[in-house]
Design a protein around this ligand. Structure first.
Ligand SMILES: [Zn+2]
Length: 303
């Protein structure tokens, strides 16, 4: 039989991976209903392999991704680096971003922030929103370069304007605290909202917090609850905690200790620090539960 990707002849039928291209043989493990979809994928992978070898930069980047994540091929970061490099040399923006991430992590290559920055800058200047975000993050943290909030904000904004929800959130945060830019709650809430509307759970929590604090917007507890709830539905622990607090304090909802206990107990059992304190407090004060010093201490001390 032949390898469907690189077409070398394979003699051993039990082989798991092609030893030339690394293609993963799984055909004999599939159900009948899965064969068509599998064939389509194989055709796509074959197409990429051929075009990458012919020098097509987008195919080179896509093939690199397949090797990077072991999708249809044996996972092989060295192969990924090889293809990302070929594509990067042809100025393929996604490949430059992907390769930069490997240089930042030292994965498949020696860690090298200088090279990472160089590649991210090339990619970001071609308007690649992931590279713009990554560059922003680099200037925002102490990794590999001096912190520069102005540069961080500059790149977050470029990325955010292209709709990348993580950049939108970070930009909102920079506006909220006036980092690298003048503090501006109106702008902050505008970007939190854009990110939250893309279902980013952390942004949904922060939008809720802005409504609760009345920052950049009229204080509105029911809007807070609405956004906490959306975020909590995505199982985001900090949003569930804030929802628990709203029930505890009776803000935007009827005060309901049982409801808040439901949130705090679940979170405390998962090890959420503030939720453990709230459990302790509620037992100490006998709120929603029978007062018990012993149980209060148990929750305070829980690991
Ligand atoms: Zn092969």
């Amino acid at each position: 039989m032949n390898c469907p990707i690189c077409e070398i002849v394979i003699f051993d039928k039990e082989i798991e991976y092609c030893n030339k291209c690394g293609f993963e043989f799984i055909e004999n493990k599939l159900l009948e209903s899965e064969i068509t979809e599998y064939q389509n994928r194989v055709n796509y992978h074959q197409h990429l392999y051929i075009w990458a070898n012919r020098g097509d930069r987008e195919a080179q980047n896509s093939l690199g991704l397949l090797y990077r994540y072991g999708d249809g091929f044996r996972k092989d970061v060295n192969e990924a680096v090889k293809w990302y490099k070929k594509a990067s040399e042809q100025n393929e923006a996604d490949a430059q971003n992907n390769l930069a991430c490997l240089y930042e992590q030292g994965d498949g290559v020696t860690q090298d922030y200088k090279k990472a920055i160089e590649l991210w800058e090339k990619s970001a200047k071609q308007d690649n929103m992931y590279a713009q975000y990554n560059l922003g993050w680099l200037y925002n943290t102490e990794n590999g370069t001096e912190i520069d909030y102005c540069k961080a904000t500059f790149w977050y904004e470029k990325s955010a304007e292209q709709g990348y929800m993580y950049a939108q959130f970070n930009l909102a945060w920079m506006y909220m605290y006036g980092r690298g830019i003048n503090k501006d709650y109106l702008k902050s809430i505008e970007w939190y909202r854009k990110s939250a509307e893309q279902e980013y759970a952390v942004a949904q929590l922060f939008l809720g917090l802005m409504y609760q604090a009345g920052w950049g917007v009229k204080r509105d507890y029911s809007e807070s609850i609405k956004w906490y709830q959306k975020s909590a539905n995505q199982d985001y622990a900090n949003a569930q905690y804030h929802l628990g607090l709203m029930y505890y304090q009776g803000r935007g909802v009827e005060q309901d200790y049982n409801e808040s206990l439901k949130y705090f107990k679940k979170l405390a059992e998962e090890g959420h620090k503030k939720a453990k304190k709230m459990m302790g407090l509620m037992y100490l004060m006998g709120k929603g539960v029978k007062q018990s010093r012993k149980k209060a201490i148990k929750w305070y001390k829980k690991k």
